[in-house]
Ligand binder design. Structure first.
Ligand code: AMP
Length: 126
């Protein structure tokens, strides 16, 4: 799948759409999800043009991958949900492709926490 430069996160990275940033560095941007599903719901995205987790894993440089994983951990800590820094826990989700119900075709992690999140999956209902 080729990268679509018109996807909404590409527009956010170009500054064409506002966002509520919680962390930014050379390789990563993290911002509040516009439709929060938990008290903490932050999206972590690489600045590089990667469509999905598998694209990122296969094609990102080591430096980008390290920066990305460290940033996701930092977000969890900064949001107060990381167990290693006294938080009560969180979940990271990466939706990929049709069956993964990925809506925005720019790789992102959802960092969710701040409440009991229940079991990981229910039977697919929609
Ligand atoms: P996914 O289904 O994993 O692709 O999730 C895409 C997420 O992007 C959803 O949770 C949306 O609420 C979120 N989203 C869509 N547009 C924006 C936006 N402009 N700012 C922040 N989050 C957004």
């Amino acid at each position: 799948m080729t990268y679509d430069d018109d996807n909404i996160f590409a527009k956010i990275l170009r500054g064409e759409i506002p966002n509520r940033t919680v962390l930014e560095n050379e390789h990563v941007l993290a911002f509040h999800d516009i439709s929060e599903q938990a008290p903490t719901h932050v999206l972590v995205i690489p600045k590089g043009k990667y469509v999905s987790f598998d694209d990122f894993a296969a094609n990102a440089r080591d430096e980008e991958i390290v920066a990305f994983i460290r940033a996701a951990g930092q977000v969890a800590s900064d949001e107060g949900v990381a167990p290693s820094t006294g938080g009560e826990g969180f979940r990271i989700i990466a939706n990929a492709g049709k069956n993964g119900v990925q809506e925005v075709p720019h790789f992102h992690l959802h960092v969710l926490g701040g409440r009991w999140l229940g079991r990981m999956l229910k039977k697919a209902e929609e």
